[in-house]
Design a protein around this ligand. Structure first.
Ligand code: SF4
Ligand code: SF4
Length: 370
């Protein structure tokens, strides 16, 4: 139905039409929230009204049948109100505490035919919540690894930390399948990043028919692409040349030009980063740092990757003080000690910033602990 003050009648209905009634009534007037138990939140408004939220983890790619099942649960338990969070959790919102706790039990009791929990409740407080991630092999054109597969393998490995709140502080894990980084890997406690290690392969014969050459040239952030001509079987083709030593394997040129694919079985894999955060609680927000430069793709379960993530999480869990985020813990004990306790190979390239060492690097500051 048309909304007042809307300029057009296209697009989705206004979001306020979908708000849970108590949330709508107290919009913008919330006082505080608390976590009653893992996966159950209580939000209290200035008016004294309260809303209880039950959060459960899901896959990001779902069948229609699965979505219908989720909607049926919302219809039965909470007047049809639910929302999807940016981290691919589902939140059911209720007005009654006892019913919310009952819903948690119900959701944890729903199983897939193989026996695993279909709607695990958790993802709150000092634990791991669901992973914000990108498209991966299923959809995007430049991935160096898969998103859904790596995320599923990781969440299976850290499942207990999702359903419990026993870590020192929240741990945010993110996943981006190339360094264009549609996920928040630059500022997460643990980040999984797909990386290419080889320059694009040029399909000279078709390039001029498939691409605008000036666009492909302009797309390269390092100026590695230039117009060129090649001779194949006596025919001259208008194409591009790539200065390989300048290429940082970002895939931007491939986004503009389908004749410049850079996916490669040996070249593609995963880098792991840690220590980023957006919160300014206790310490300032921080960027993630590379701690493992390359792990080869090993689908469908990426065991080498989940092994490292589990090691990092266990060492953090044992060594960090309460409320200390992963990066704060590593900075306190010293980054080289971090590599030791996580049993990771250390090189100075992994923690220095990218600036010229002749000027200033983090390693040369008084904050650096050997
Ligand atoms: Fe595509 Fe890269 Fe985004 Fe993944 S991170 S969805 S490959 S642009
Ligand atoms: Fe340039 Fe990136 Fe293409 Fe390399 S992959 S040539 S850096 S746009």
């Amino acid at each position: 139905k048309p909304m007042e003050n809307r300029i057009t009648d296209i697009g989705p209905q206004h979001f306020t039409e979908f708000l849970q009634p108590v949330i709508k009534k107290n919009f913008g007037k919330w006082l505080y929230h608390e976590i009653l138990e893992a996966g159950v939140l209580k939000h209290v408004a200035e008016s004294g009204d309260a809303v209880y939220t039950v959060r459960c983890g899901t896959a990001r790619l779902m069948t229609v049948t699965h979505i219908r099942e989720i909607c049926d649960i919302a219809d039965e338990w909470c007047g049809g109100y639910l929302r999807f969070t940016t981290r691919n959790n589902i939140e059911f919102m209720l007005e009654d505490e006892a019913k919310a706790l009952e819903l948690k039990k119900f959701l944890n009791g729903q199983k897939f035919s193989g026996g695993s929990i279909k709607f695990p409740v958790g993802g709150t407080g000092a634990g791991v919540t669901n992973i914000v991630h990108t498209q991966g092999w299923v959809h995007c054109h430049t991935p160096a690894t898969d998103a859904s597969g790596t995320v599923k393998a990781t969440m299976d490995a850290v499942f207990d930390q999702f359903t419990d709140m026993k870590l020192p502080a929240p741990v945010r894990i993110s996943m981006a399948c190339c360094l264009n980084m549609c996920g928040a890997v630059h500022c997460s406690d643990i980040a999984i990043l797909g990386i290419h290690r080889k320059p694009p392969i040029i399909d000279h014969k078709y390039l001029d028919n498939l691409c605008e050459i000036p666009l492909a040239v302009a797309a390269c952030p390092t100026g590695a692409v230039r117009p060129s001509k090649v001779e194949i079987d006596g025919e001259t083709y208008k194409t591009v040349a790539i200065k390989e030593e300048r290429c940082m394997f970002c895939g931007n040129c491939y986004t503009m030009c389908p004749s410049l694919p850079l996916a490669d079985k040996e070249g593609d894999g995963i880098a792991l980063m840690v220590g980023g955060k957006v919160s300014n609680r206790i310490t300032k927000p921080a960027f993630s740092k590379v701690v493992v430069p390359f792990i080869p793709n090993n689908p469908p379960r990426w065991p080498e990757m989940t092994d490292v993530i589990t090691r990092i999480l266990n060492a953090y869990s044992e060594g960090a003080n309460k409320y200390e985020r992963l990066g704060d813990w590593a900075a306190r004990i010293g980054w080289e000690r971090f590599f030791e306790v996580c049993d990771l190979e250390f090189t100075e390239h992994l923690i220095d910033d990218f600036r010229d060492p002749a000027y200033y690097t983090w390693r040369q500051t008084t904050q650096f602990k050997w």
